[in-house]
Each structure stands twice: as structure tokens, then as C-alpha cells.
Design a protein around this ligand. Structure first.
Ligand code: HEM
Length: 214
């Protein structure tokens, strides 16, 4: 298993697989196969894939630990960058067809509609993560600070779920499904942190018993 995970071809394969939803959208655009409302189709497809890639990224750490596969870490960056790629497309389908690239109108909408506000907050919080995703940035800002900054992905995932929950009109099953996945993945981290802290707590050493008899 390790040989597969560390192979450079597996990384290439994961990259190609991550591009499939994008290729599918391009294919549908070429074939004019986007249904009755093409903009809505693109917004929904890119929104769905953003949330899925955020969940895939959050799965890496628990899977590494639970299945004892530390090399899974090699795929975390690709998955997170694809989440950013799909949210950028998602944002463009909003900024272009919905807002006609009018930034003033966009700001008004961000301030007015709560589901857009949280979606926008999620998008903005992913920008520093995408920018600092390279090894050079880890060196520049230091591993500890880099890790702290990259916890913003938790905020993005939670905001993404709220955004989805608020925008659906009646059937909330899908947002609740994603909400449950994100909740499990975040609670697992909390549990892991808690147990690590407990196991690292200094053990009180009992004072040596000094016998008067030597
Ligand atoms: C991490 C950030 C984001 C995530 C995870 C996300 C996710 C989603 C999802 C899952 C959907 C619904 C897809 C479906 O119905 O199948 C959606 C729809 C939508 N999102 Fe986002 N989104 C994000 C950011 C944004 C941003 C930044 C904007 C715009 C500023 C935005 C605007 C919209 C709009 C306009 C819709 C369609 C609403 C409708 O059909 O009424 N989203 N998003």
C-alpha cells in the first residue's frame, strides 16, 4: 500500500481524477447540455464540488491516523487546492452571470443576503490557505503558525455548510448530510486533541520514600 501512496504516478492519477468534474462541465458547455438554466446548473455543480473537496481534504488526517497510512498526507494539498479551484469557478459563475462583474452590486448583495455573506466569508478564508500552500511558505512563516493559519479550513467548511443550508428552500437533506460529515470530522479532531493532551500531561512522580533505616 505504501508503494502505491508514495508513487509519483498516484499523485498524477489523483490530480487527473480531481479534474474530472471540471472536464465534465467543459464537455457539457461544448454540447450545450446544461439543462434549462445553465447558470444555475454551473453554480450548483461547482458549489457541490467545492463542498465535496473540502470534506475530502478534512478526511485526510483522520484516515492517516485511523488506518495508519501517514503517506496519505501527500494528497492533502492537491485536494485543498482543488477545493479552492472549484470555489473560484463557483464564485465566477456568481460574479459574472449573476452580478455582471459589477463589484459594487456584488458588495451590496454580500451585505444583504446572509447565505451569500457566509459563502463569501468561506471563499475569502480559503484565499490565504491557497496562497501559503507551498513548502516555501511553511518555511517563511514557521510550521506552528502555518498550521494555525490552515485551521481556517474548518471555518470554511462550516460556513460552506451554513451557506448551503440557508440557500435551499425546502429539502434540507443534502446540506444536513454534509453538515453531519463536517461535524464528525471536526469532532474527531477535538477528541484526538483532547486524548493527545491527556496522554502528554506530566505524570506526577511520587516522592521517593526515604527509609530512616537506610
Ligand atoms: C467554500 C465556499 C462555498 C461553498 C462550499 C459553496 C457551496 C454551495 C453549494 C453546495 C451550493 C448548492 C448546490 C446545489 O444546490 O446542489 C451553492 C449554491 C450557490 N452558491 Fe455557493 N458555496 C461557496 C461560496 C460561495 C460564494 C463565495 C458565493 C458568491 C459570493 C456563492 C454563491 C452561490 C449561489 C448564488 C448559489 C446558488 C443559489 C441558488 O440556486 O439559489 N457561493 N454553493
Amino acid at each position: 500500500m505504501r508503494a502505491i501512496l508514495v508513487s509519483k504516478w498516484t499523485k498524477v492519477a489523483v490530480f487527473v481524477i480531481c479534474l474530472i468534474p471540471f472536464a465534465d462541465l467543459i464537455w457539457r458547455i461544448i454540447k450545450s447540455d446544461l439543462g434549462a438554466n445553465p447558470v444555475e446548473f454551473l453554480q450548483h455543480a461547482t458549489g457541490d464540488w467545492t463542498l465535496r473537496f473540502l470534506v475530502f481534504t478534512l478526511c485526510i488526517t483522520p484516515f492517516r491516523k485511523l488506518f495508519k497510512l501517514p503517506d496519505l498526507i501527500r494528497f492533502r494539498r492537491i485536494l485543498a487546492l482543488f477545493a479552492f479551484f472549484y470555489v473560484s469557478l463557483h464564485f465566477l459563475t456568481y460574479l459574472g452571470p449573476d452580478q455582471a462583474f459589477d463589484l459594487a452590486a456584488m458588495w451590496k448583495d454580500v451585505a444583504k443576503r446572509p447565505f451569500i455573506t457566509v459563502g463569501f466569508a468561506a471563499f475569502v478564508s480559503l484565499i490565504p490557505l491557497a496562497v501559503t500552500s507551498t513548502a516555501g511558505w511553511i518555511r517563511r512563516i514557521g510550521g506552528k503558525r502555518w498550521q494555525m493559519l490552515h485551521r481556517l479550513i474548518y471555518f470554511a467548511a462550516v460556513c460552506g455548510v451554513i451557506h448551503y443550508y440557508w440557500l435551499v428552500k425546502s429539502d434540507v437533506r443534502k446540506p444536513l448530510f454534509y453538515g453531519t460529515l463536517v461535524a464528525i470530522l471536526l469532532l474527531w479532531r477535538l477528541g484526538d486533541w483532547f486524548f493527545k493532551r491527556r496522554s502528554q500531561a506530566p505524570v506526577r512522580v511520587a516522592a521517593p520514600h526515604v527509609s530512616m533505616n537506610g
